[in-house]
Design a binder for this molecule. Sequence first.
Ligand SMILES: *[C@@H]1O[C@H](CO)[C@@H](O)[C@H](O)[C@H]1NC(C)=O
Ligand SMILES: *[C@@H]1O[C@H](CO)[C@@H](O)[C@H](O)[C@H]1NC(C)=O
Ligand SMILES: *[C@@H]1O[C@H](CO)[C@@H](O)[C@H](O)[C@H]1NC(C)=O
Ligand SMILES: *[C@@H]1O[C@H](CO)[C@@H](O)[C@H](O)[C@H]1NC(C)=O
Length: 473
Amino acid sequence: MAPLGLHLFISLCLLLFPFCSFSEETPKITLSLHHLPVPSHPDPFHYLAALANASLLRARHIRNPQATPKPTWAPIYPHSYGGYSLSLNFGTPPQPIPVLLDTGSDLTWLPCTKSYSCRKCSSPSNPIPKIPTFFPKYSSSARLLGCRNPKCSWFHSQDALASCRNCPSNSSTCPKICPPYIIIYGSGSTAGILLSETIDLGDRTVENFTVGCSVYSVKQPAGGIAGFGRGVVSLPAQLGAKSFSYCLVSRRFDDAEGKAGSLVIGGEPEGSDSGLRFTPMRKNPYILPGSAASVYYYVDLKKITVGGKKVKVKKEALIPRKDGSGGTIVDSGTTFTYLDATLMEAVAAAFEEAVAGRYNRSVAVEAATGLRPCFGIGLSAAAVLELPELGFHFKSGAEMRLPIENYFAIAGDRAAGAAAAACLTLVGGEADAASGLEPAVILGSFQQQNYQVVYDLERERIGFRRQPCLNSS
Ligand SMILES: *[C@@H]1O[C@H](CO)[C@@H](O)[C@H](O)[C@H]1NC(C)=O
Ligand SMILES: *[C@@H]1O[C@H](CO)[C@@H](O)[C@H](O)[C@H]1NC(C)=O
Ligand SMILES: *[C@@H]1O[C@H](CO)[C@@H](O)[C@H](O)[C@H]1NC(C)=O
Ligand SMILES: *[C@@H]1O[C@H](CO)[C@@H](O)[C@H](O)[C@H]1NC(C)=O
C-alpha cells in the first residue's frame, strides 16, 4: 500500500538526520484567505466551475473513500479546496509554514525536505513560485517517530507494527522508524514519514507534536494541511485543547491579500450567553473506528428551509443509515456545501418554485459552472436580486439562516457582455452510485463565511453565531 519503499526510507532518514537518531493559554492565530487566482483566466466561469468541481471531488471522496478518483478528475487548480490557511511554526528555531485549516482530516503535515515533490500542484494559470518547505535538518528538535512509540499506533495496526514490536531487543536489524503514511484526499494525496517536533504557538511551545513530513504529494495546496478533525491525531487534541473556533472572512471573487479572520485554539469556549446557538456534536454510530469518517464532525440537521418554508423530504433523508451512510458533517475543507441527490433535487426545486416568474433559469451558465439552479440576471440594470433565504436548522435550536452572499454567487462577467447569472453555490445531486460512507450533507466553508463557529470538544457541541469576521490584523 505504501508507495515509498523501505529503501527510499532509509536514504530519507539519512538525508534528514545525519545520525538517523530516534529517539493552557489561548493562542490566537491569524487565519487568512488562501490566495485564489481568479480573474486572469479567459473563461469567466472557470473559477466557479473549478470550485464546484473541487467541492464535488471532495464530496465524492468523503462519500466513498474506497473509490479514489483518478488523477485526471481533479481541477487544474492547486488550491483545489479553495480553503483557508493559517501559518504554523514548527521546529527549533521555528520555521513558519502555511497550512490549510481542515476539519475533515486529522493529520497535520508539511511539505518537507529539499526532495519534496508536488505533482500537479500548480498550473500554467497559477504557477506556484516556491513551495514553502520545512527542513528538519535545520531543526534541533526534529526526531523521527520511532515504531515503538505508542503514537505510531495512531497510524498503523498492531499487525503492521508486529515486526517492530516483536523484534528481540538484542537484534541489530529491528525496524526502528514508524512506517510511512499515505493519505488520500478528495483530490490528490500525500505521503511521507512521521516526525516528533516542537510547535511554537507564539506564547508557548509544545514538544513532541506528531507531524507528517511529506515528501511526495499530488494536487495539494502550496503549503501543508492542519488536521482539525476529531480524534487523537488532530491538532487540537495533541495540544490538549478543549475547544477551537474560527470565523471565516467572506470570500469575494477578488480576494484581497491581508484580509484575515481568526482561529482560536483552546481556552474556555464561549457559551450560549454570547449569542451562540449550539447543536450536539455527534458520532455516527455506524462508522468503524479508524475509518476516515471517524474523524468527521457529525451534527443533526433537522430541516432545510427555502424562503422560510421547510423543504419537503422524507425524515430518513437527514439521518445516518445503518450502513454508515447519510447524516450531516461540518467540513472546513469543503468549499461548497454538498447535498445528496434527494436533498439537492428538493432544494433546487424549492428555489425554482420560489422565484418562478421573476427570473428564468440560465441553462448555459449551469452547464458552464456545474452549479444549479442559475438564474439569468440580464445585462441591463444593476438590479437588486431578490432571492429566498436558505436556512439550515439543527437539533437544539442552532440554525444558519444564511445571508445571500453565502449561497448565491454571480457567474459571468456582465461588464464584458457575457451572460450573467446568479448561481446557487451548493453542489451535489449525483446519483448515488457509490457504496460506502456517504454523508448526505457536507456543510462547506462557503456557507460558513461570516459565522463564528465554535467546536466545544469537551461538551461535544458546535455553536454558530452570525457576525462579521474581518479582523483588523
Ligand atoms: C470540471 O469537471 C468536468 C468533468 O467533470 C470538466 O469537463 C471540466 O473541465 C472541469 N472544469 C474545471 C474548471 O475544472
Ligand atoms: C538474543 O537473546 C536471545 C535470548 O536472550 C538469545 O537466545 C539470542 O541468541 C540472542 N541473539 C543475539 C543475536 O545475540
Ligand atoms: C518529548 O519526548 C522526549 C523523548 O522521548 C522526552 O524525553 C520528553 O520528556 C518529551 N517531552 C514532553 C513534554 O512530553
Ligand atoms: C423568461 O423567459 C420567457 C420566455 O423566453 C420570457 O418571456 C420572459 O420575459 C423571461 N422572464 C424574465 C424575468 O427574464
